[in-house]
Design a protein. Structure first.
Ligand code: VG1
Ligand code: CO
Length: 542
């Protein structure tokens, strides 16, 4: 029986860069999650009988919300829900299922790279029928519904056991519990030359994949060990844990320090990689070298044709605005399209659907292609492996040659986490106030050529997104970008993105902090970061 439960609205259910993210205790308030999920359904045109994919990254509170989501789906007339066994589905695997099974959408429970556990973070994201994150008009509609919600509809009896594969019924709705890995692994086999990669590994090529106790463990085991023949111990931290073993499942220099240290060792592996909580990010490390995500995007765009799926060449590349312009240089040289979008994967969906671009990427360790509509960590690792198997060169050699051919975009992102929200907003406002007078100003040897607050008009549907980050561009093309994070759950996080192009190969081996020294100092002068945030240095540099 369908039961209608009376509820009262919360006023803070506005999705950010990637869904609604809050602390677990915040989500545990009465009806908080149910309200949001019902608001999603209320915002959609539902005819009844649709298919919905449900899964998550396995973090604390995942199971409870999944069971609730199943009952809500039955209460709202869905015909079928497809759920990952034990509630597990990586974000790209969920995107793939939505597409393959022609679902009308999917609910992904994840706070991605944010820490988990009873006091950690939780999140809910809705993906639409193309498999990608809901665009802004949908997330705004959900938020509007959440502000006035007065009831939700659930099936009265409990949801079935999601630890058993197979189909059961809840009312008229079929609940199909599936192996979370199988369809995804099959998709990967269609894209890459597994035979070639297997041969590379058989030759003694050593890889190490750190799943960070998050969702990619089972995927990595199946693909790298079972299908590609790598030794079982090459996948580490492979059991998804509710609290990610107490760490942040964020593949960066701070949280993946152990992986990086191993790859810096003389006798270390040839190739290292890590992914985040929900499996959509990737960190690539070669022996002796960490690949910056912006460089990784450019190298993959330049070499994608070496993998079967992209053998005919790629249509174009899209990158988020703060991502370095390394990919632009590849696109220009190859004569393919390049698009600059706001931060967040939802802005790539239309370009991918329209066939304008094949590969997309973000500086935040996100890379993906038109095979799904999410960024995809394991996919990026496989594309790198396919390229390495074809070129039979080291990661370091590939990067050096890339820079020699295209020039090097030195790049760093500085994050100031959990700073006072007022101070952060004040900093951004002050920058915006000064934009008009910025052009022509000199800072040391740097002269501002342009300054603006990035806005974007989607070339396919014409929708507009404003206030997407303050850009200060200097003559010669160096840039400083300031924006506030839309995924944090406490205070504000200021991200400062710093970039300088260097054509001279003799200077390509400089450490980035040296190559960017003047810009880093200038970022503080222009942004008044230290003064306004009372921080002497960033928490994380990537
Ligand atoms: C961050 C990244 C952004 C990414 C988003 C979601 O957003 O900067 O590039 O798309 O996280 O990724 P923000 O607003 O905090 O800068 V994930 O892997 O957290 O879903
Ligand atoms: Co993620």
């Amino acid at each position: 029986m369908i039961e209608t439960i009376t509820t009262t609205p919360y006023d803070d259910q506005q999705p950010g860069t990637s869904g609604l993210r809050k602390k677990v205790p915040h989500f545990q308030q009465p009806n908080y999650a149910a309200n949001f999920i019902q608001s999603i359904f209320d915002a959609l045109p539902l005819d009844g009988g649709e298919t919905l994919v449900i899964g998550g990254d396995g973090r604390y509170y995942n199971r409870e919300v999944i069971l609730m989501a199943i009952r809500l789906a039955a209460g709202n007339g869905y015909g079928r829900v497809i759920v990952g066994k034990d509630g597990i589905l990586s974000t790209p695997a969920a995107s793939n299922l939505i597409r393959q099974r022609k679902a009308s959408g999917g609910i992904i429970l994840s706070a991605s790279h944010n820490p988990g556990g009873p006091k950690g973070d939780f999140g809910i994201k809705y993906n639409v029928g193309n498999g990608g994150p809901a665009p802004e008009r949908v997330t705004s509609a959900i938020f509007e519904k959440s502000k006035t919600i007065s009831r939700y509809r659930v099936w009265t009896t409990p949801a079935p056991d999601i630890s058993k594969l197979g189909e059961t019924k809840l009312g008229d709705m079929i609940v199909e519990v599936i192996d979370p890995v199988a369809d995804y692994a099959a998709l990967m086999e269609t894209l890459f030359d597994f035979e070639k990669i297997r041969a590379l590994i058989a030759l003694g090529f050593r890889l190490r994949f750190d799943a960070m106790h998050a969702v990619t463990g089972p995927y990595a085991r199946e693909i790298f060990v079972n299908r590609l023949g790598a030794p079982a111990d090459c996948v580490v931290n492979a059991e998804p844990k509710e609290d990610f073993g107490g760490g942040h499942p964020d593949p960066n220099a701070v949280h993946a320090a152990d992986l990086i240290a191993r790859l810096m060792a003389e006798d270390g592996p040839d190739f290292g990689a890590a992914s985040d909580g929900d499996g959509d990010r990737n960190l690539i490390v070669g022996k002796g070298i960490v690949v910056s995500p912006s460089d990784s995007l450019a190298v993959l765009a330049a070499n994608a044709h070496l993998a079967p799926a992209y053998a005919k060449g790629i249509a174009g590349v899209a990158r988020s605005m703060p991502t370095s312009q390394a990919a632009d240089r590849v696109a220009q040289k190859r004569g393919i399209g390049i698009y600059e979008t706001p931060t967040g994967w939802k802005f790539f969906g239309n370009l991918l659907d329209a066939g304008k671009v094949t590969i997309c990427g973000e500086e935040s360790a996100g890379t993906g292609s038109d095979h799904v509509r999410e960024k995809d960590g394991v996919w990026a690792v496989l594309l790198w492996l396919n390229v390495l198997a074809e070129r039979r060169e080291s990661v370091a050699a590939i990067l050096e040659k890339h820079w020699a051919e295209f020039g090097r975009n030195f790049y760093q992102r500085h994050d100031y986490e959990e700073i006072d929200s007022k101070a952060a907003n004040g900093l951004m406002e002050s920058l915006r106030d000064r934009l008009a007078s910025m052009a022509g100003q000199r800072f040391g040897t740097l002269v501002v050529s342009e300054a603006d607050d990035f806005s974007y008009q989607d070339p396919i549907d014409g929708s507009i997104a404003t206030s997407q980050g303050v850009r200060i561009v200097f003559s010669g093309g160096s840039r400083i970008v300031y924006r506030l994070s839309g995924t944090g759950t406490k205070g504000a996080t200021l991200r400062v993105y710093i970039e300088r192009f260097e054509a001279d190969p003799a200077k390509h081996s400089l450490p980035p902090e040296e190559a960017l020294k003047e810009l880093i100092d200038t970022a503080d002068v222009i942004g008044e970061i230290k003064k306004r945030t009372a921080r002497s240095e960033p928490d994380v540099v990537t």
